[in-house]
Design a protein around this ligand. Structure first.
Ligand code: GLY
Ligand code: MN
Ligand code: MN
Length: 471
C-alpha cells in the first residue's frame, strides 16, 4: 500500500466489518433484504465554493470511509458492495487523493467495489429478488427518487423473471439503536473530544482574564471564538461539532446565539457553548463565567441555582433511571430557585408543584436538560421506551398527553446535562437579574454505577472559575 493510501484511508480493521455484520443480522432477524446507504452530499456554499465536507454519520459508522459520492449496499447475508469515486489523476491534482474501487476491498474490507458512475446501472440487478429494500427514510432529499428509478428499471425487466422488492423498510432504527450504545473505542474518542473542548473553555477564560488585567475595556466575541478554534485544531480536532456560541452579556439569553462582534465588558457574564468534533465524534460543553474573573452577587446567586440543578441532573443519570429524569430533577431545582430568589413571585406563581405543573418556570428555562451525544451533537437514538405502553403524562404546559415513558438509561449511552437560566427584562422580574443568561453543560457517559462526566477538564464551581481566572 502506498504511503498516501495508508494515511488517508481508515485501516481495514475489523470494527466496521463487525458493525456491518450486526446490521445484516438485524435485517435478517426482521425478514432480511438488502440495504442501500449513501454518504452525505457535497454542499455548495456559493459560486464554485463548497462548505467543508462532512460525511454521513451512519455511513461512516459502517465503513470508516470519508470520501464523498460513496454508497454502501449490504445484504442481510452480510455481503457488502461499495460504490465510490473512480481514480482520476487529473482531479486528484486539484482535490486530493481518491481511494478508488480497486483498492477499496483491501482497505475497507468490503466484498466488492465499483465506480459510483455505475450505481444506477448496477443497482437494479443487486436489488432483484430481494423481498425488502432498506434505506434511511427522511434523511437524503433525493434518495426516494433514486430508489424509484432503480425499482422502475427492475420492473421493466420483470419478464426476465427478476422480482422487484415488495417492501421498503426504514434502515434508521437499526443504525440508531446500534449507535446509541457506544463501545469502548467510541467512548475513548468521546473522552478525547470532551477533554479538548474543556481545555478550550479554560483557555477562553484565561484569555478574557488576561485581557482585562492588561486594561482592555472589552473583549470581542469573535476574539474569544478564535481562541476556541485555535485550541480545537492544535489538538487535532477536525472542526467545531456545531456553530460555536460565544455570547456576551444579554446575548446569552438568545439560546442559539452565534459568536458575533459584540463587546464583552467587565461586570458582564460570558456564555460559551462550544465543542469540537474529534475523529467523527462530537463534544458539547457550556460554561458561563464573569468577563473579568469576578461574579457579581446577582450573577453568583443565579449561577448557584443552575449549578445545583446540574448536580441534581447528574445524580439522576444512572442505569435504571429514565433519560428524562435528569430534566425533571433539574426543573425542580431551577423552579425552587426561581421562587427563592424572587424571579417568580410566590403569591402569583404559587408553590413549587404549581410552578412545575403550570410550567411557569419556562419563562426562564425553556429548553430540555439534555440529549444523546455521539457522532452527531444531537445524536441518533430513540428517546422513548421501546417496549413499554403509552401512559398519561404532564405535557409541561399545564395539560396532559398520552405517550410512552422515556428511555431507561444503560451503560454506554452518552448524554449532555445542560440546565440554564435566561432572564429577559420584564415587569415583575427583579432588575438586578435582567439580561443574565447562564448555562452549564457537560457530557456524561452512563456507567454501571452512575455516570462519568467527561468534560470536567474545566471547572464549574464558581470559586474554581474565579481561581482559574486569577491564576
Ligand atoms: N450546543 C447545542 C446544544 O447544547 O444542544
Ligand atoms: Mn447540548
Ligand atoms: Mn451545547
Amino acid at each position: 500500500m502506498n504511503a498516501l493510501l495508508k494515511d488517508l484511508a481508515v485501516p481495514a480493521d475489523s470494527i466496521h466489518r463487525e458493525r456491518r455484520a450486526r446490521i445484516a443480522a438485524a435485517m435478517a432477524s426482521q425478514g432480511g433484504g438488502i440495504a442501500v446507504l449513501p454518504t452525505a452530499p457535497e454542499r455548495q456554499r456559493n459560486s464554485d465554493n463548497d462548505f467543508p465536507y462532512r460525511y454521513d454519520s451512519h455511513f461512516h459508522h459502517l465503513t470508516g470511509f470519508a470520501e464523498p459520492q460513496s454508497w454502501l449496499v449490504l445484504t442481510s447475508e452480510g455481503h457488502s458492495t461499495l460504490f465510490c469515486r473512480a481514480k482520476d489523476p487529473e482531479r486528484e491534482i486539484w482535490d486530493g487523493f481518491r481511494l478508488g474501487p480497486q483498492a477499496a476491498p483491501a482497505v475497507l474490507g468490503v466484498d466488492q467495489a465499483f465506480p459510483v458512475e455505475e450505481l444506477d446501472s448496477r443497482l437494479p440487478q443487486l436489488l432483484a429478488d430481494r423481498q425488502s429494500l432498506w434505506f434511511p427514510f427522511g434523511v437524503h432529499a433525493d434518495l426516494l427518487l433514486r430508489v424509484e428509478g432503480w425499482l422502475a428499471a427492475l420492473r421493466r425487466r420483470s419478464r426476465e423473471g427478476l422480482q422487484v422488492p415488495s417492501s421498503q423498510r426504514d434502515l434508521n432504527p437499526l443504525l440508531d439503536e446500534m449507535r446509541l450504545i457506544k463501545d469502548e473505542g467510541e467512548l475513548a474518542t468521546m473522552r478525547r473530544a470532551a477533554q479538548i473542548s474543556a481545555g478550550a473553555h479554560a483557555r477562553a477564560m484565561r484569555f478574557c482574564a488576561a485581557r482585562f488585567r492588561a486594561g482592555a475595556a472589552s473583549v470581542l466575541e469573535y476574539e474569544i471564538e478564535a481562541e476556541l478554534l485555535h485550541e480545537f485544531r492544535r489538538h487535532g480536532a477536525q472542526s467545531p461539532a456545531y456553530q460555536s456560541i460565544v455570547a456576551a452579556g444579554a446575548n446569552a439569553c438568545v439560546l442559539h446565539y452565534a459568536a458575533g462582534d459584540a463587546p464583552l465588558r467587565a461586570g458582564e457574564l460570558c456564555l460559551i457553548d462550544a465543542g469540537c468534533e474529534f475523529d467523527g465524534y462530537a463534544s458539547d460543553v457550556t460554561r458561563t463565567f464573569p468577563a473579568d474573573g469576578r461574579f457579581t452577587s446577582a450573577q453568583r446567586e443565579l449561577y448557584e441555582i443552575v449549578l445545583a440543578a446540574q448536580k441534581a441532573a447528574v445524580a439522576a443519570t444512572r442505569p435504571g433511571a429514565r433519560q428524562r429524569d435528569a430534566h425533571h430533577a433539574a426543573v425542580r431545582v431551577l423552579a425552587q430557585g426561581m421562587l427563592d430568589c424572587g424571579l417568580l413571585d410566590r403569591q402569583k406563581a404559587g408553590d413549587l408543584d404549581v410552578v412545575i405543573e403550570k410550567a411557569a418556570y419556562r419563562q426562564f428555562y425553556m429548553h430540555g436538560t439534555g440529549h444523546w451525544i455521539g457522532r452527531d451533537v444531537h445524536d441518533v437514538g430513540e428517546y422513548l421506551s421501546l417496549d413499554e405502553a403509552a401512559v398519561e403524562d404532564a405535557d409541561g404546559l399545564g395539560g396532559k398527553v398520552v405517550k410512552k415513558p422515556s428511555r431507561i438509561l444503560q451503560p454506554g449511552m452518552a448524554v449532555t446535562l445542560e440546565p440554564g437560566l435566561y432572564v429577559r427584562p420584564a415587569e415583575g422580574v427583579p432588575e438586578r437579574f435582567w439580561n443574565i443568561g447562564i448555562r452549564i453543560e457537560d457530557d456524561a457517559i452512563v456507567t454501571p454505577g452512575g455516570c462519568e462526566l467527561i468534560s470536567r477538564g474545566v471547572p464549574v464551581e464558581p470559586d474554581e472559575i474565579e481561581a482559574l481566572m486569577r491564576g
